[in-house]
Design a protein around this ligand. Structure first.
Ligand code: SF4
Length: 305
């Protein structure tokens, strides 16, 4: 049995791991094990972001994403977002804890002045303080909800993302709970994206502690017969880190997923040999912005505000 290989068909999505694995919190399910003292990957300089953006534009990039760690720990993040918005629709993924009024003001300004639209994704893993902070740490719920309110007040409609840590039976009540909590925080048109838990990083250790090891299957060639490979990020995305370019944002802890020093040399095919690939197979492009939203627009087109 062999593992299937996937080619980069086109660079649609460019990811920057802009603060490496440095984060101001340490979520229990973090797929790249980021945290306050985790320096497995480091910060990207502005010049590196600029040069990879230029390459990506030449390659026809369609969307750009900034992640970490926590991107707002980077002192030049706002300049980077501004640059990126001259190139393509841009998304920043954040835990929301550093979005003060001043930062929210700047984001709104940057969005208004940008050629393309800015999407802010705020992570929240529960609709109550108790549920969320059990995963994301004390105070995270209050700060993320405040960030959602600040962004919404300025006409940015944040996409709230939650990792699914509840059961099928709890699904409807949980979605209703999110909608209620977000509206109570002043977000009148809440958008929600539910992500599957990924068998990677801290989440892998967490799930093994709950259910024991095993059961993490691998893809086979046969499984990809007739399968739409466009649903796999590795067919249309690359992730820039300070250690080089990775095949996708999910496998950043896997040394064999490093494809080259820079984007120019990272168009090689990749063999799907990790358990996380099975999650992509089942759920599709999980890192993109398409939301199972409660209501409101899910678009990367420039909004008029
Ligand atoms: S984790 Fe997903 S996107 Fe990454 S290489 Fe595997 S299938 Fe492709």
């Amino acid at each position: 049995m062999t593992q299937p290989k996937v080619e980069l068909k086109h660079l649609d999505n460019l990811w920057f791991q802009v603060t490496g694995t440095l984060c101001n919190i340490a979520c229990a399910h973090c797929f790249n094990s980021s945290g306050p003292n985790v320096r497995t990957f480091g910060f990207l300089p502005l010049e590196r972001v600029q040069s990879e953006l230029e390459t990506a534009v030449r390659l026809g990039v369609k969307e750009v994403f900034f992640t970490g760690g926590e991107p707002f720990l980077h002192s030049q993040l706002l300049e980077m977002l501004s640059l990126s918005l001259g190139c393509a629709p841009t998304t920043v993924l954040t835990n929301g804890t550093l979005i003060t009024d001043r930062v929210a003001d700047r984001l709104a300004e940057i969005e208004r002045g940008g050629r393309y639209s800015l999407e802010v994704r705020v992570s929240l893993d529960g609709y109550t303080e108790e549920m969320n902070d059990a995963i994301r740490g004390p105070g995270a719920f209050r700060q993320a909800m405040a960030a959602v309110g600040r962004l919404h007040q300025r006409g940015l409609l944040p996409l709230v993302t939650a990792v699914r840590t509840w059961t099928d039976e709890e699904e409807l009540a949980t979605l209703a709970g999110f909608a209620r909590a977000l509206r109570e925080a002043g977000y009148s048109r809440p958008r929600l994206k539910i992500l599957p838990a990924l068998p990677l990083g801290r989440e892998l250790a967490r799930s093994r502690a709950r259910s024991g090891p095993g059961g993490e299957a691998l893809l086979t060639d046969e499984m990809l017969v007739g399968f739409d490979q466009d649903l796999l990020m590795c067919s249309n995305s690359r992730m820039v880190t300070d250690h080089g370019v990775w095949v996708c944002p999910l496998l950043v802890e896997m040394p064999d997923a490093r494809l080259g020093e820079s984007l120019d040399g990272a168009a090689t095919q990749y063999e799907l040999r990790h358990h996380a690939c099975m999650t992509c197979y089942h759920y599709g492009t999980i890192c993109g912005n398409v939301s199972a939203r409660i209501e409101g627009p899910a678009t990367t087109a420039k909004r008029s505000i």
